[in-house]
Design a protein around this ligand. Structure first.
Ligand code: AMP
Length: 393
């Protein structure tokens, strides 16, 4: 059980709230404000209690220095529209200028601190930096589930120096994902796609022995196929990962976890990318052709598995879904999930965005998690320090 907002005295006090406003930006404009919207219930709760709200977030990867394009001004502006109240954006996140701005706040005021990753101390979880953040407030709320797999100063260190609790979003994520982590109904499937095996190998390893089967698509599949000796043409392969892919397939076999790899793929000719596409057997892709989506036989195979499943976790698109018709596999498998009775968790970023666009956001049996890495690490059974520190007792 986590300490929640009900356990924290926030009335008229200064509350430092770690949010995850790491939103996609294009030419300085926010292209998807889901993460802002998801933080609103916690902010409304704090406003009802006349708290002074001090928001802290990162944006992108500035690498510990000031990067003007990664300032949080567009975020403050959008948040102001969503809340219909002023949000004062500060140009730093610690120090005298921030302290004096906060000293002038009234109950119900909202400030947004500058990108916390402009300081290298943030990602280093530097204790003095965490103390500097802590001195800005009377208590701390963590609502940044998307960053909960990173023990940084603003997600973890600061909680040691202030009375702290989980925000409503973080609590909801932990409740929903715990259903899958602790007591998944079987058959339990993990669908894994996305670009690179390197990013997903940890997930595969965590889930071996826990799930009944993996359905693998996207770029991730080709390194595994190649490790089995398949001809994958010019498809995305991470040569450095071949040994590890081999070991992963072996461990899965030893644990009786089925690895369902694509049987066929929709491929494009390298020299005329996108213009010409053909279906090939996944193990016999000619040179010069790249697999960009799972093929019709694989879609059917995946759908059959989905229909029988009771619990599904999905991370990463099954093809280059940004470019139709290479969204077909992702879309058709998603529709099968919506029709199935399985409880499905869809993690993070790309997949969630693609599926929401397809109108699946309302499907009752699908939970869209705001996390990517955090969602998978949590379900896979890892301890996430920023969450652990908020546990009661
Ligand atoms: P990730 O962030 O690792 O989940 O990867 C998402 C990206 O993977 C998307 O931009 C997709 O276009 C890309 N992707 C999916 N399937 C493939 C594929 N077969 N080849 C290359 N990229 C792919």
């Amino acid at each position: 059980m986590l300490r929640g907002l009900r356990d924290l005295d926030v009335a008229r006090r200064r509350v430092l709230v770690r949010v995850d406003y790491n939103v996609p930006l294009k030419d300085g404009r926010i292209t998807d404000d889901t993460r802002l919207r998801e933080s609103l219930p916690t902010l409304e709760h704090l406003l009802q209690h006349h708290a002074k709200i001090i928001l802290v977030s990162h944006l992108g990867r500035p690498g510990g220095k000031v990067v003007p394009e990664l300032r949080l001004d567009p975020i403050a502006q959008r948040l102001q529209e969503l809340l219909r109240r002023p949000v004062t954006k500060l140009n730093d996140c610690i120090g005298p200028s921030v302290q004096s701005a906060i000293a002038q706040m009234h109950p119900g005021d909202i400030v947004l601190l500058e990108n916390v990753r402009f300081y290298p101390e943030e990602e280093a979880n530097d204790e003095n930096f965490a103390k500097e953040l802590a001195r800005l407030a009377d208590c701390y709320v963590n609502d940044a589930f998307g960053t909960a797999h990173r023990a940084h100063a603003s997600t973890y260190g600061v909680a040691k120096f202030l009375p702290s609790a989980a925000g409503l979003l973080l609590e909801r994520e932990v409740t929903m994902l715990s259903r899958v982590r602790e007591n998944p109904q079987r058959p339990f499937l993990a669908i894994v796609g996305g670009a690179k095996l390197k990013d997903k190998i940890g997930v595969l390893q965590d889930f071996i022995g826990k799930v009944d089967a993996f359905l693998i698509g996207g770029g991730v599949a080709f390194t595994l196929l190649k490790a089995q000796g398949a001809r994958v043409g010019s498809s995305l392969v991470d040569e450095k990962m071949l040994d590890e892919a081999h070991r992963c397939l072996k461990t899965a076999r030893e644990h009786g976890t089925e690895m369902v790899l694509p049987q066929d793929v929709r491929a494009v000719r390298e020299s005329a990318v996108g213009a010409e596409h053909t279906i090939f057997p996944a193990r016999e892709i000619p040179d010069g052709w790249q697999g960009w989506d799972i093929g019709p036989q694989t879609i059917q195979l995946f759908q059959e598995q989905v229909v029988r499943a009771q619990t599904i976790v999905w991370a990463g698109p099954l093809g280059k879904f940004e470019q139709p018709p290479f969204d077909t596999g992702t879309r058709e498998v998603a529709q099968a999930i919506a029709r199935s009775g399985a409880f499905a968790v869809i993690g993070g970023g790309d997949t969630a965005a693609a599926l929401q666009r397809e109108g699946l956001a309302g499907a009752q049996n699908i939970y869209f998690s705001t996390g990517g890495g955090a969602t998978l690490e949590f379900i896979g059974g890892r301890k996430l320090l920023p969450i652990e520190i908020l546990r009661k007792g």
